[in-house]
Design a binder for this molecule. Structure first.
Ligand code: SF4
Length: 698
């Protein structure tokens, strides 16, 4: 039996043009440039996970390994080593190949994904053969099955691919847990867009991976194991019959509940224009979609996928509770300065819920690359720049920096015009709720319930969005959203108000912190994991096809989780207290009145001191300190008193705070805490600035 190792590239990944990591597509693309409302997320390359569960040999998968993890694993001497990667990781992957040649020279090296296509198109075979034995262009499962003598026609499993996080603002959660998984229905399509890497990889054809029934079974498996897991179905231009059939199968299953999860698809305007009424699409539980709009002028330029009235279709989607992630590109040959601006105005009118503004990029191997190469319009490039924002293209009418700045400003203009994406999604959720809540059909009502919950939960962000609105226009939109919320749900409960206030405070902290220590200075490296897939022993009964382990400890993750636990526990106390206070006869009301009285006395005492002709500062501070200590003691005592019915939450909060303090205490004992503080980039940078300023003055 051959031993197989599959892997993603090693970390840290090459930084993308906006100083962020390619594994965070929300920060890097869809929520880019939205200040404190920019989301932080994470994603996985799923190719190795799919291959590993569709071959008879037990396989190891390394997800986000460090170089050290990689060397250690390679030394185990695998027969076949496969690496799947995106093109910007080229240099890192070449280094991985060198490691294999050095420590396990008998291993066969197989490269897959977009990187393989770029390597094959850019280098002659004798060149790339020095570091790799095979390039897999197209279906990696088939390649491995053939190589291992397995049945190439066997059904394709996609059990429990690692969950990605669609994320949240970093100051809410820097380490959002995975909530969304991907499934591949088909790859490539026959529309032949000249810039498209996927369709090049699959020879300009739609390559089907699974049937609607198989896909439905995978969705069901997830909903049984981790209910609420959202699904992204990858099919480059979603086939109408396929998604309608998936929807029909899901609706036919009485255990599937559309109020608990959502489906995201990738689709073109042209395919959407085949629907007479987009209710038909919403009925499949599709609640968001990625659409490559590309340009207002794309239809006139031969991009068939864009045929149809994009603006009208998009607004019809929003009216049905379907949010969009719109792909738009700057840098087509027809983009003069005037046309580029007109193009962008059209995008603004389309009101994308989220937008991916990128540059036209000639990936090696695509027809666009070949044409530009012939025209002498590809200048030398760094592989890390062959991403969504570069690739050495020499533009006809615009400077490179000009396009990049247009994109940066474009994100800003979207924010200034429609507010943060959070607000735009909230609007879409209200639309979905209002439209479907009175429908007779059970599934439409479940869809309405999903939107109702999202809209309801959205309240906690409203005060923060209002305070940090980029301008008056957006502030007005936020206020209108608050009114819409109240029309449906009435006045928010005291706990919701507390939670919203707390969120607003956190937003203020994030806003200030971002000024002196922008979040993208601290690149988050995804954790390295090792998965052992069970080969021919994998079952289709809902059990996991692998066992997994974390390879490294990330001290920042450990610290952040302890802080988050303590925060959540304190919020739990606030929640419990506000619930108890909803009962007029609760004993806690007396305590609250007492605490108010005591706090008022402290302030009065301070005021009395200040009125003296000469303030006795030590006495004033000592009285205030004693007053505050007594106040805190009374509050804690009341919290611990079982009669007040919040003692459980208080004990929990005390424990979580104690754990956090222990953590810092250990850091100080080892000398790490102070060292970390003094060497923190923000502190060091601030100290340096001060020194420089002082030196300049002196
Ligand atoms: S429609 Fe999408 S998948 Fe198809 S060729 Fe165009 S960009 Fe590629």
């Amino acid at each position: 039996m051959k031993r197989v190792l599959l892997a993603t590239p090693t970390t840290p990944y090459p930084l993308q043009p906006w100083h962020d990591t390619p594994t965070d597509i929300m920060r890097q693309r869809f929520f880019k440039g939205q200040g404190i409302f920019t989301f932080e997320a994470h994603m996985h390359l799923i190719g190795p996970f799919i291959i590993a569960q569709n071959i008879s040999a037990p396989a190891t998968v390394l997800d986000h390994p460090t170089v050290e993890n990689w060397i250690e694993e390679i030394k185990k001497g695998y027969d076949i080593v496969g690496i799947s990667a995106l093109t910007p990781s080229f240099e890192g992957v070449m280094e991985m190949c060198r490691v294999v040649r050095k420590y396990s020279p008998k291993s066969e090296i197989v490269l897959g994904g977009f990187l393989a296509q770029s390597v094959g198109a850019y280098y002659p075979q004798e060149e790339w053969k020095k570091l790799a034995d095979h390039l897999v262009l197209g279906d990696g499962i088939r390649w491995f099955r053939e190589r291992l003598g397995d049945d190439v026609k066997a059904p394709v499993r996609q059990h429990y691919l690692p969950r990605c996080a669609m994320g949240s603002p970093w100051w809410i959660d820097r380490w959002p847990p995975g909530d969304t998984t991907a499934m591949i229905a088909a790859l490539g399509c026959n529309r032949g867009c000249d810039f498209c890497t996927t369709t090049t990889l699959f020879g300009g054809q739609r390559h089907t991976m699974v049937s609607p029934q198989e896909l439905k079974n995978e969705i069901k498996m997830w909903q049984n194991r981790l209910p609420g897991t959202n699904i992204i179905i990858y099919e480059e231009d979603q086939d109408k019959n396929f998604i309608n059939e998936v929807g029909r199968l899901l609706r036919a299953d009485p255990e599937i509940d559309f109020s608990t999860f959502s489906i995201t698809i990738l689709i073109s305007i042209n395919t959407l224009s085949l629907y007479n009424d987009l209710d038909e699409m919403a009925h499949n539980n599709v609640k968001s979609m990625f659409i490559g709009l590309e340009s207002k002028f794309a239809p006139d330029q031969g991009y068939g996928k864009r045929a149809g009235d994009a603006k009208q279709i998009l607004h019809n989607l929003y009216a049905r509770g379907i949010g969009t992630m719109i792909g738009w590109m700057a840098g087509f040959d027809f983009h003069t300065r005037e046309i580029l601006e007109e193009d962008f105005q059209y995008l603004l009118e389309c009101e994308p819920t989220a937008a991916q503004l990128t540059r036209v990029t000639p990936y090696p191997g695509t027809p666009l690359y070949k044409r530009l190469k012939e025209e002498g319009r590809v200048k030398p490039f760094k592989w890390e720049d062959v991403s969504f924002y570069g690739g050495g293209m020499i533009h006809k009418h615009l400077y490179e920096h000009e396009i990049m700045e247009f994109i940066r400003q474009g994100d800003e203009r979207l924010l200034q015009t429609w507010g943060p994406t959070l607000l735009r999604f909230l609007k879409v959720h209200f639309n979905g709720y209002e439209r479907y809540r009175k429908y007779d059909d059970k599934h439409f009502r479940q869809i309405a319930e999903f939107h109702r919950q999202k809209a309801f939960q959205g309240y906690v962000m409203i005060p923060a969005m209002e305070r940090f609105a980029p301008n008056g226009r957006v502030r007005k939109m936020v206020k209108e959203m608050e009114q819409r919320w109240k029309q449906h749900f009435g006045e928010p409960s005291s706990f919701m108000r507390t939670q919203a206030k707390y969120t607003e405070m956190k937003a203020a902290y994030a806003f200030l912190k971002d000024k002196v220590d922008p979040v993208n200075r601290h690149i988050r490296i995804p954790p390295a994991k090792r998965y052992y897939f069970f080969g021919k022993d994998i079952k289709d009964d809902g059990s996991l096809p692998y066992a997994k382990e974390y390879l490294n400890e990330d001290p920042r993750y450990i610290r952040d989780m302890k802080i988050q636990d303590a925060e959540m526990a304190l919020l739990g106390v606030a929640h419990a207290a506000t619930q108890v206070l909803d009962y007029p006869e609760s004993k806690l009301h007396e305590t609250v009145s007492d605490l108010r009285r005591d706090a008022s006395s402290i302030l009065k005492s301070l005021a009395d001191h200040l009125r003296q002709p000469r303030v006795d500062v030590p006495a004033m501070l000592s009285e205030a300190g004693a007053g505050l200590t007594a106040l805190l003691a009374k509050a804690v005592e009341a919290g611990e008193d079982p009669e007040n019915e919040i003692d459980f939450s208080v004990q929990n909060a005390k424990e979580k705070l104690a754990v956090l303090l222990d953590y810092y205490a250990q850091g100080l004992e080892g000398g790490n805490g102070l060292k970390e503080l003094l060497t923190h980039p923000a502190v060091a940078g601030f100290a340096k600035d001060i020194l420089e300023a002082v030196t300049a003055v002196v």
